[in-house]
Write a protein that binds this ligand. Structure first.
Ligand SMILES: [Zn+2]
Length: 651
């Protein structure tokens, strides 16, 4: 338990923009600050921090709260844990009783795994500096590679004693449960046989963003061919390889300050660069980059430079993964090192200023680099060259920004000796495919947003006799505009003859069959007038309503058809909608109808909820049950509609 006075001190110290700033790059926007939300994936910032109010709020995903809430959410902590986290950050002493055995067990498993990992790190580090074996072998290794002590301490490296179970025994003596030792992978357990996983290895702890140890990498120093040189912790509840970047905790501040991130491969590469003063560096630890890792970097900076070892073999294989980085809207550069050098050796050889200088002079734009590299291997081979072009174009086409894209096209045209126009055509082709994908996604998201509680249309200065809902307006607009257009062919169940169903027939049938025609007077008037005239020859709904004898009706129809207040979110929002609506009526019309229905059903449900409350208050239980059964039916219908809206896609 933490006493109130201490809690007050923590809350006073934990200034919101400072707390959030450890994880999110914030830019001033008036009195507030703005950044990319760490809780959902976004490319344009909607995450706002108000230092004056001491709160954060994301207008994308809705998350919000004070600095303690932020840490709870971000670090997945309980309230007291978040307070302790902040106390540590601001050097506020928290008086707490020693943990008993029982309390150790009670902590939830995740926290236990972190505690065990933290203990292991301290144990390994102490062993490296204080024990004979650690000093001779472990420290000897680092000294031989001329790492300075301050760097070793910064990365909390250590040494795991050789032998069967010296570490496991030490941990158990301290009261750490075997279960957690096994779950973190520190101890290997087979039946009644135990072994330290990392025995005799130099240890590199892997920290999460908040600086807590969640896993280890261990390097063996003997030249035994049978054992892997590097061994990593297995995946666990606290360690997911694809979501972790080595060095991110030590790099995050510098990444924000320099607005740039260097990517290398190994643990010692990261450490060597820190030693020459380059601190905005992380390692993917051997695997190719994952989207989660890219997003983690993008929270701090959109600029990433990938440093490659001198040997070209590995480069080509990892090129493929980079399209993904481009796709996230990041600026990718590449820095190849001279043959035979890795970042570790090269940084040591060149020293701080030499390395910095080399980086500035040799950093190449990724697309240029890729083009040149592939070009070398396709000389005199037209088929390979054609493949190369489409390969490079694929990389260009995923870049979200069109100006950047056109710069690349110009550059590629020069490098490849291909006409710009040809490249543009290729990009358009590729983009078209990607747009299809985007549109499918967008439709799914749209319907998710539709499920939000309904809001009435904003009153506008336009004279409108009756207030209509967005869905009603949209329904009427499509009904009037495309009433007589063909929708699709329908087969008669008995005669098996096909006939063409018009938009008007479909829309009217759908609402009548479900008894969902709006009670709104204006809506009803338009709806039933269309139905009355639908089968009349030469019925032109536009003419019929625009020249209507009833002036209010005429005005309404004019406004509706001139799309004065039907600039619906669908059309203004999704820039990717290039099709004209009349070309995709078969998709749009059922959608509009379903959105209308969903809205109506939600409103009916809200009414019934009130009725149930009232009946319950009156102790009229028969009525409660009756209303509840209606409610359940609507709920089912609602679910069906939401599902159909969610799964609908354009072909
Ligand atoms: Zn968000």
């Amino acid at each position: 338990m933490i006493d109130h006075a201490t809690i007050d001190r923590i809350i006073d110290a934990a200034e919101i923009s400072d707390v959030v700033g450890d994880f999110v790059t914030l830019r001033k926007r008036g009195v507030n600050m703005l950044g990319l939300c760490p809780f959902h994936n976004e490319k344009t910032p909607s995450f706002t921090v108000s230092p004056a109010k001491g709160i954060f709020k994301c207008f994308g995903c809705g998350k919000g709260g004070n600095s303690v809430n932020f840490i709870m959410e971000h670090e997945n902590l309980t309230y007291p844990e978040a307070l302790k986290w902040l106390a540590k950050k601001y050097n506020i002493e928290v008086q707490e009783e020693e943990e008993t055995e029982e309390q150790k067990q009670l902590k939830d498993s995740r926290e236990s795994l972190m505690i065990v990992s933290g203990f292991a790190q301290k144990y390994f580090t102490r062993y490296l500096w204080e024990e004979n074996e650690g000093r001779t072998i472990g420290l000897g290794y680092f000294r031989e590679r001329s790492f300075r002590d301050d760097i070793l301490k910064k990365f909390e490296v250590g040494f795991a004693p050789d032998g069967k179970t010296p570490f496991t025994e030490a941990a158990q003596r301290q009261g750490y449960k075997l279960d957690f030792l096994e779950k973190t992978g520190l101890t290997i357990k087979r039946d009644d046989w135990l072994r330290d996983r990392f025995a005799g290895r130099v240890m590199f702890p892997i920290h999460n963003l908040a600086g807590r140890v969640i896993a280890f990498g261990g390097r063996i120093l003997t030249n035994d061919k049978k054992t892997a040189k590097y061994l990593n912790s297995p995946e666990s509840d606290i360690y997911h390889k694809s979501r972790v970047l080595y060095g991110i905790y030590q790099a995050k501040r510098e990444m924000t300050r320099t607005d740039k991130c260097y990517l290398v491969e190994g643990y010692t590469d990261v450490m060597s660069l820190h030693q020459v003063g380059i601190e905005n560096v992380v390692a993917s630890s051997g695997t190719s980059l994952t989207p989660d890792q890219i997003r983690m970097v993008r929270r701090f900076t959109p600029n990433i430079t990938i440093i490659y070892d001198g040997d070209a073999a590995g480069i080509k294989a990892s090129l493929r993964g980079i399209d993904m980085v481009l796709e996230e809207g990041m600026n990718v550069k590449v820095l190849p090192l001279p043959d035979g050098e890795d970042p570790d050796s090269f940084a040591k050889k060149m020293g701080a200023s030499g390395f910095q200088e080399y980086m500035e002079q040799n950093e190449t734009d990724f697309i240029q680099f890729k083009t040149r590299l592939l070009l070398k291997s396709t000389e005199n081979d037209p088929v390979a060259k054609a493949r190369l072009i489409s390969d490079v174009i694929r990389s260009v086409s995923v870049i979200p920004d069109s100006i950047t894209r056109s710069v690349y096209i110009k550059e590629c045209s020069r490098l490849l000796g291909v006409d710009e126009e040809v490249l543009y055509t290729e990009v358009r082709k590729q983009k078209h495919q990607q747009t299809e994908e985007f549109r499918k996604r967008e439709f799914r998201e749209q319907s998710r947003r539709q499920a939000a509680p309904p809001q009435p249309v904003q009153e506008e200065p336009v004279a409108r006799p009756v207030r209509l809902l967005v869905e009603e307006l949209e329904f009427l607009r499509f009904l009037l505009k495309y009433c007589t257009s063909d929708l699709y062919e329908e087969e008669d169940e008995e005669t098996h003859e096909t006939r063409t169903l018009s938009v008007g027939e479909f829309m009217i049938d759908e609402l009548e069959a479900d008894e969902l025609v709006s009670e709104n007077a204006l809506f009803k008037k338009v709806f039933y007038e269309v139905r009355e005239n639908l089968y009349k020859e030469n019925f032109d709904p536009w003419k019929h309503f625009v020249y209507h004898p009833d002036a209010s009706m005429s005005k309404f129809a004019t406004d509706l058809l001139s799309e004065k207040y039907t600039e619906s979110k669908r059309w203004t929002k999704a820039g990717a909608f290039t099709e004209k609506e009349e070309d995709i009526l078969d998709v749009l019309i059922p959608r509009i109808v379903n959105e209308y229905k969903l809205r109506k059903i939600k409103m009916m449900m809200a009414e019934i909820e009130k009725a149930i409350d009232k009946a319950a208050a009156d102790n009229d239980f028969d009525r409660v049950i009756e209303e509840q059964s209606i409610y359940m039916n609507l709920k089912r219908a609602e679910k069906e509609l939401a599902k159909s809206l969610g799964s609908r896609t354009i072909n």
